[in-house]
Design a protein. Structure first.
Length: 123
């Protein structure tokens, strides 16, 4: 007896992951080196976890801040499979508020959804 094989499409849920990186002079030396190393080591671990959960897709972005805030990776999100970390260095003062404002500008439902629409949203 043949066992029927069902074709199933798994609906992926997208998780947006933001790195917010302090590149101010207060992070000089071992602190910025540790930060770069921690992120480089975290990426393969995140990829490993995602590979065992086909229902999840992680998209990453990175904001760096010192005297100003800017996108290091973004504003368009990058799938974790394609995410490459380039080490950052330190400079100047800290503009934490600017980094948070930049992040907040991307935390809108339409930007986070990435083109996915739900029926109830169209009413």
């Amino acid at each position: 007896m043949d066992i029927p094989v069902l074709e199933v499409t798994i609906a992926k849920r997208t998780l947006h992951f933001f790195w917010i990186v302090d590149c101010s002079s207060s992070m000089e030396g071992k602190k910025i080196a540790s930060l770069n190393q921690a992120i480089r080591e975290a990426i393969p671990e995140i990829r490993k976890v995602v590979s065992s959960h086909p229902e999840v897709q992680i998209k990453m972005r990175a904001i760096q801040f010192s005297s100003t805030a800017s996108w290091l990776i973004g504003p368009d999100a990058v799938p974790v499979e394609n995410f490459i970390w380039s080490d950052v260095s330190t400079s100047s003062e800290t503009a934490t508020a600017k980094a948070i404002q930049l992040l907040a500008s991307e935390l809108e439902i339409e930007k986070m959804r990435g083109g996915q629409t739900r029926h109830r949203d169209r009413q």
